[in-house]
Design a protein around this ligand. Structure first.
Ligand SMILES: [Zn+2]
Length: 370
């Protein structure tokens, strides 16, 4: 019901008639009955970058092109998230992805927070900022989308823990320790020549300050040495927000089985990415490959440690069946067809992440943070 209210509110907020033909993805009533009551979450989408740079309107419904490749990168907006029964979205803050030099990121990170504030101000009836698991449940209960902040790359700190504290005050929910380029205190998986760069002393301080502040630590994009160093330094569950399984697709962005198990042992979670090239060889794919990676992660890490990290709006092609946020019920339909129980589906859609957030929040309190 709350989803229906949310969609109605969205339609009214956009000044549209609620009687307009629906564009809801077609799934059975049985699938809707499983999907709609869940609190569904997506751990990573890059859309805010386009809101900031291209003035993409996050509150307006956009339409996918009929072909798979969409140069306008329009995979998520609030109306389509509500149509897809998506309750919470972690917005990736992407800053200078091509250079990523520490030392000059702070003003751009603040500009991203300002962009998010504008989105929230423009969409008060359909979206709200969430910092905690309780926030997500409350906002979702009001029929709104909960928006969260995912910082993608430690370069954004400009080597300052004060910046990290300020980012938390403004809502940062997780920090990806490194992005596409290695920094002085963490190695990226992007360049094989950096494979011996691990987490430096300051990196360990960053991980522990994140734990104290209740910011989740994200190992996405970290090389293997840095990955293990992060796990050794962490005092709270560790997450990996958008990646896939190396056993099915050997790619430097993916996690091997030892890494999947290790994330689970921290109490953390792996968000399966939808980008086809990380799921199989080739630039296009289908939802079935996403399901295969979910299956594998569940088999290795356990069903309590797997979730969804689409990376929508991070790539121009997404798999058939999951090309935008409105199509999320297709994933529930596939999981049901694979024999997953309603309870397990709800855990994968978002319940697992709520648990991880609560554990990280409790740990922060124990460590004397907020
Ligand atoms: Zn990424």
């Amino acid at each position: 019901m709350k989803k229906f209210i949310g969609i109605l509110v969205t339609a009214l907020a956009l000044g549209q008639s609620a009687c307009q033909p629906t564009t809801k993805v077609k799934v059975s009533e049985e699938v809707r009955a499983v999907h709609d009551p869940a609190i569904a979450m997506d751990f990573h989408s890059d859309t805010l970058m386009y809101v900031r740079t291209l003035h993409y309107d996050y509150g307006k419904r956009h339409h996918l092109r009929p072909y798979f490749w969409d140069p306008l990168l329009t995979q998520v907006d609030i109306p389509r998230a509500q149509e897809g029964g998506l309750d919470a979205i972690f917005l990736g803050f992407v800053i200078h992805p091509l250079t990523e030099k520490s030392g000059h990121c702070y003003p751009d990170v603040l500009a991203m927070f300002d962009t998010l504030d504008r989105v929230l101000k423009q969409n008060p009836k359909t979206a709200a900022l969430a910092r905690t698991a309780d926030d997500i449940e409350r906002i979702s209960g009001e029929g709104k989308i909960a928006l969260l902040v995912g910082l993608e790359g430690g370069h954004m700190l400009d080597d300052s823990l004060d910046h990290l504290r300020e980012y938390r005050q403004r809502g940062a929910a997780y920090l990806g320790i490194v992005h596409q380029h290695s920094i002085a205190w963490a190695g990226s998986d992007q360049n094989p020549a950096d494979k011996d760069i691990g987490l430096g002393d300051f990196g360990r301080e960053v991980v522990q300050e994140c734990n104290r502040l209740g910011i989740m630590v994200d190992t996405s994009h970290a090389n293997e040495k840095t990955f293990w160093d992060i796990l050794a330094a962490a005092k709270a569950p560790v997450i990996n927000t958008h990646t896939a399984c190396y056993a099915l697709r050997p790619h430097h962005r993916n996690l091997n089985d030892d890494q999947l198990r290790a994330i689970a042992q921290t109490g953390g979670i792996i968000g399966i990415i939808y980008y086809p090239a990380y799921l199989r060889s080739g630039l296009t794919g289908t939802i079935d490959e996403v399901i295969a990676h979910i299956d594998h992660a569940v088999k290795v890490a356990g069903v309590d440690h797997v979730g969804l990290g689409s990376d929508w709006d991070g790539f121009v092609s997404m798999p058939k069946g999951l090309r935008d946020a409105s199509q999320l019920p297709n994933l529930t339909a596939k999981l049901m067809a694979r024999g997953y129980s309603t309870e397990d589906i709800h855990q994968i859609l978002g319940g697992n992440m709520l648990r991880v957030m609560r554990e990280v929040e409790a740990r922060a309190k124990e460590l004397g943070g907020t």
